[in-house]
Ligand binder design. Structure first.
Ligand code: GDP
Length: 139
């Protein structure tokens, strides 16, 4: 089934000029980038985006990291896009990520791990709506 998922190219990747290389992995995996914008995330946006992790010990560090440099927010479209992108991203901890995945190729650590991808279709809809309107998405 054709789905849309939400992606973020995180500050560790934009800082190292890896936007194009990450996008190449995404496109080579058969996912289409149907919306994309480079933004400086505000503290309020980062806190809201990661509010499910508010009680975790790394929450403050995560919010600080996500606002430390620009990010690229994206909508990806394709067959089973949510699960497909999770595969393409690789495990949260790059030490456990499979060969060829974005995190294996580029992530620096479990925190600074280059990309975000929605973990369910329901969350994808919520996350897309936090950063894009329907008019921004051209499929
Ligand atoms: P994801 O869905 O693979 O991104 O992983 P999670 O939902 O578990 O965590 C969300 C994000 O929080 C991760 O992508 C990391 O950026 C960050 N994170 C997770 N675990 C840790 C940790 O142990 N330490 C730090 N500093 N950040 C973490």
């Amino acid at each position: 089934m054709t789905e849309r998922t939400f992606s973020i190219i995180k500050p560790d990747a934009t800082r190292r000029n890896l936007t194009g290389k990450v996008n190449a992995v995404i496109e080579d995996a058969g996912l289409r980038i149907v919306a994309q914008r480079r933004i400086q995330m505000t503290e309020a946006q980062a806190k809201k985006f990661y509010e499910v992790h508010a009680e975790r010990p790394f929450y403050g560090e995560l919010v600080e990291f996500m606002t430390s440099a620009p990010v690229v927010v994206q909508v990806l479209e394709g067959d089973n896009a949510v699960a497909r992108y999770r595969e393409v991203m690789g495990a949260t901890n790059p030490a456990q990520a499979a060969d060829g995945t974005i995190r294996k190729l580029y992530a620096e650590s479990v925190g600074e791990n280059s990309v975000h991808g929605s973990d369910s279709l329901e969350n994808a809809k919520i996350e897309i709506a936090q950063f894009f309107t329907d008019a921004d998405i051209v499929g």
